[in-house]
Design a protein around this ligand. Structure first.
Ligand code: PEP
Ligand code: MN
Length: 336
């Protein structure tokens, strides 16, 4: 259950409310959700308790969202959540493209990508320094060296960094260099890692697990938010279905579904969502039309030479064409 408070409520009234809630359920907790003080309890209160809380000074609303994704739910928060990454808006009407190679491979590769992104007006550069690969014999990433490269290139071209953290042991390393932390599909339900991400003060880009139900995905977001970090961005990156023709099935319907269930920003990743560069543009446009807040896409100077995911990486001409098409579509789309 969620209890929201009125704007500008004083410390004394907040404390009084906290005292009453702790008497009703000692597991109550509080969170500053982007400026709004919110109390949340693991269970719903009964009707008599609700009346008691309703009568307290400063209570704005009492809500009963689905219990395992309360803070992520749109039941208590009607407006779309948006926030700044430094000076760059994410969510709530700010459409963003996050682009770059699957993996950081070298300074020259990243420099070429960074310059191209700047020229295309893309604000976020992506690239993994720790790569979760299916085979232990595949390229595993440049680790700290890769983080340094992506940071330096981003600073050179005025970009923000998004990169993946695969384990708690490298979280501090990643946090030092990145602006946004990516949690990959394979780690979506690594609950101990998610709890750690609740304690950081950087946004988390939470990819959908490859066989995750929508409610499991929102439950994963809840882990991060309920541990103190409200800045969560969801990303639909394709799921496993019975069909094997494409690497994954991009679940475009998840975009409006998430928007009806949750206030969190929702992105789409048509690179992993299809596994084939031919289908990136149509699926990116379809995702934008479905109402997503941004696209993550893989780009490489020479996709055929990429050390990972080259077949689902755009070359520079294709990236330019994609960005142009997204900009044109944005102009004619109705607001969803
Ligand atoms: C990636 O973004 O390179 C990646 C590994 O994605 P996912 O976790 O969606 O497979
Ligand atoms: Mn990849």
């Amino acid at each position: 259950m969620i209890v929201t408070t009125q704007q500008g409520m004083g410390q004394v009234a907040l404390k009084e409310l906290a005292t009453v809630l702790s008497e009703l359920d000692e597991r109550f907790n509080s969170l500053n959700f982007l400026g709004e003080q919110v109390f949340f309890l693991p269970d719903n209160l009964d009707a008599q308790q609700v009346n008691e809380v309703k009568g307290l000074l400063g209570v704005a609303g009492i809500y009963s969202p689905p219990l395992h994704y309360q803070l992520a739910s749109s039941v208590w928060r009607k407006e779309r959540t948006g926030f700044l990454v430094d000076d760059i808006g994410v969510g709530a009407g700010h459409f963003q493209v996050m682009a770059g190679p699957c993996a950081v491979e070298s300074e020259s590769q990243m420099d070429a990508v960074g310059r191209k992104l700047r020229d295309c007006g893309v604000k976020f550069i992506r690239g993994g320094a720790y790569k979760p690969r299916t085979s232990p014999y595949s390229f595993q990433g440049l680790e700290t060296e890769g983080l340094k490269i992506i940071r330096e290139v981003a600073d050179r071209y005025g970009l923000k960094v998004i990169t993946e953290v695969v384990d708690r042991s490298v979280l501090d390393d990643v946090l030092y260099y990145t602006d946004v932390v990516q949690i990959g599909a394979r780690n979506m339900q690594n609950f101990f890692l998610l709890k750690e991400l609740g304690r950081i003060d950087k946004p988390v880009f939470l990819k959908r697990g490859m066989a995750a139900r929508i409610t499991e995905w929102l439950g994963a977001a809840e882990y991060i938010i309920s541990h103190g970090n409200p800045r969560v961005i969801l990303c639909e990156r394709g799921i496993r279905t019975f069909d094997t023709e494409l690497r994954n099935t991009l679940d475009v319907a998840a975009i409006p579904l998430i928007k009806s269930l949750s206030h969190l920003p929702i992105f789409a990743d048509p690179s992993h969502g299809t596994g084939d560069r031919k289908f990136i543009k149509p699926m990116a446009l379809a995702s934008m039309a479905a109402g997503c807040d941004g696209i993550m896409v893989e780009v490489h100077p020479v996709p055929a030479q990429a050390l990972s995911d080259g077949q689902q990486s755009l070359d520079f001409a294709e990236l330019e064409s994609l960005v142009k098409s997204l900009n044109s579509l944005k102009k004619v789309l109705p607001t969803l």
